[in-house]
Design a protein around this ligand. Structure first.
Ligand SMILES: Nc1ncnc2c1ncn2[C@@H]1O[C@H](COP(=O)(O)OP(=O)(O)O)[C@@H](O)[C@H]1O
Ligand SMILES: [Mg+2]
Length: 471
């Protein structure tokens, strides 16, 4: 059924139009000023030494017209606050980059295991820089040349979040030192430091005083509580992600802080007993996650774990409602509560997990849902993506060649009136569409007896190739 449809869909994707590299004339109109930074972190605390270190890089960049690009590589463990620092600092200094700010999440540690393709990122950057789709070359090297030409002489700040390797970053570097690039990664990116002279900033967990300050910023500043806040901070191993989750729960709970500390200590002992040889910090963070998860109202906990089945980097309300199999209004309420509990992040109208929470949600989905319920949730979500992709392809005047079964009850795929609407939808969803195809190709591969290895990844879907022409 679905698998057969996808096979047709993929084979037709191969024949989509290809825009060839050619001379690009961008005309004389002023280039737009993109402002792609995500919202600043609410209640950002501490890190003053790191902020100063990053500040010190800017004057160099200003005099750098004919020298190398200034790159700052923020490294550190998951949840330590790399993205928060990069985004907060970028907001602080964005006025010094009057030509704009570019941002992308490279998904280096995405649960789906599919880092963003620099080719697709360049395409999106060029789009943000107002290069018409028909002038974007098909080939990566040509795209890179065009990107460097467009950025030449401009003062832009480029934030490349969550990179997995220097190789992933290199095609995204501008050619001249008028731009400043900030990269975050769990890796140390030694290649980038050695070859491109990147300045490495290694983030550690918060010092105890800053960890307590973070808790206070959410819980209020009652001086008498210092000792108990210190215990709470240590139970969170002073990791910002864990501190935020615990603080949000403590702020909304009627239970006194001392009892919450006792509960969290019990949870930690329970996990210690389950994995006696486990790494202490990992166990501490897992204890925070499970303590918070178990406190969620059951319908919210269900949405949390079902979102862990989503194969792509982020999702909108419609896809979340399809996964959950409840109305959009109900889904919105549950998502809002998860965001309030800091178990989910909201970026504009999209939702995403921190990568550690994504892994945890997927684990919960496998432990706390039956295989039948998981399959049904995936089926609803795939229905939504496939039927919406089919509607998008039809809306830009092509036969999608998808043979889909009727949509599952309660699922409402989007409809489109104009190619512009299709292009907007595609820009938000292309990574999810790729992840969906990849998931389905793997299913098909298994269905025909494939055991080891995976088939080639399928590249951009047909709808992507067509929308490149219209946006
Ligand atoms: N200095 C800080 N002040 C307040 N909250 C922070 C700080 N650093 C991180 N956080 C919060 O901790 C969580 C994890 O931070 P994040 O930057 O996503 O980690 P990383 O990118 O290192 O995995 C986020 O929810 C973020 O809002
Ligand atoms: Mg991050």
């Amino acid at each position: 059924m679905v698998v057969e449809g996808v096979h047709n869909f993929l084979s037709s994707a191969a024949s989509g139009p290809v825009v060839q590299a050619r001379d690009v004339h961008l005309g004389n109109s002023p280039l737009p000023v993109p402002h792609q930074l995500p919202a600043d972190v609410r209640g950002f605390t501490g890190r003053s030494g790191y902020l100063e270190k990053l500040d010190a890089l800017i004057p160099e960049a200003e005099n750098h017209g004919d020298r190398a690009v200034v790159i700052s590589a923020i490294a550190g463990t998951a949840g330590v606050g790399k993205t928060a620092l990069a985004v907060h600092w970028a907001h602080r200094v964005r006025d010094r980059f009057p030509d704009g700010q570019l941002y992308t999440n490279l998904c280096g540690y995405d649960h789906a295991g599919v880092p963003a393709d620099p080719d697709a990122v360049l395409e999106n950057f060029l789009h943000a820089l107002d290069v018409p789709a028909e002038k974007v070359p098909g080939d990566l090297a040509a795209k890179q040349c065009l990107y460097r030409s467009v950025l030449a002489g401009r003062r832009m700040l480029i934030v490349l979040d969550n990179a997995c390797s220097a190789e992933q970053i290199r095609p995204l570097l501008p050619g001249e030192g008028t731009c400043l690039v900030v990269v975050t990664s769990r890796n140390r990116l030694s290649g980038l430091v050695a070859r491109e002279g990147a300045e490495r900033v290694t983030l550690d967990v918060l010092p105890l005083a800053e960890a307590v300050e973070l808790l206070r910023s959410i819980l209020g500043s009652d001086r008498d509580r210092t000792a108990i806040l210190e215990s709470l901070a240590e139970l969170c191993v002073r990791l910002p992600l864990a501190l935020r989750i615990v603080a949000e729960r403590a702020a909304t709970s009627a239970v006194p802080l001392t009892e919450l500390v006792a509960e969290l200590t019990d949870e930690r002992s329970r996990l210690d007993a389950l994995t006696p040889d486990g790494d202490e910090d990992t166990t501490a963070v897992r204890a925070v996650f499970s303590w918070s998860y178990r406190a969620l109202p059951p319908p919210d906990a269900r949405v949390f774990r079902l979102l862990g089945l989503h194969p792509g980097p982020d999702l909108g309300l419609h896809a979340a409602a399809a996964l959950a199999g409840v109305s959009q209004a109900e889904t919105r309420r549950r998502l809002d509560r998860l965001v309030g509990a800091h178990m989910l992040e909201r970026h504009g109208r999209r939702f995403r997990f921190h990568d550690l929470l994504r892994v945890y949600a997927a684990e919960r989905a496998h432990e706390d849902e039956t295989a039948t319920e998981r399959d049904a949730a995936r089926r609803r979500m795939l229905d939504w993506y496939l039927h919406t992709a089919s509607a998008a392809t039809t809306a830009v005047g092509h036969d999608s060649q998808l043979r889909l079964e009727p949509v599952s009850p309660g699922i409402t795929p989007l409809t489109f009136d104009t190619p512009g609407q299709v292009a907007t939808w595609y820009a938000a969803e292309y990574r999810n569409l790729e992840a969906t195809w990849r998931y389905l190709v793997n299913q098909a591969w298994r269905a025909v007896g494939g055991r080891s290895g995976k088939p080639e990844s399928c590249g951009l879907a047909e709808v992507g190739a067509h929308t490149r022409m219209v946006r």
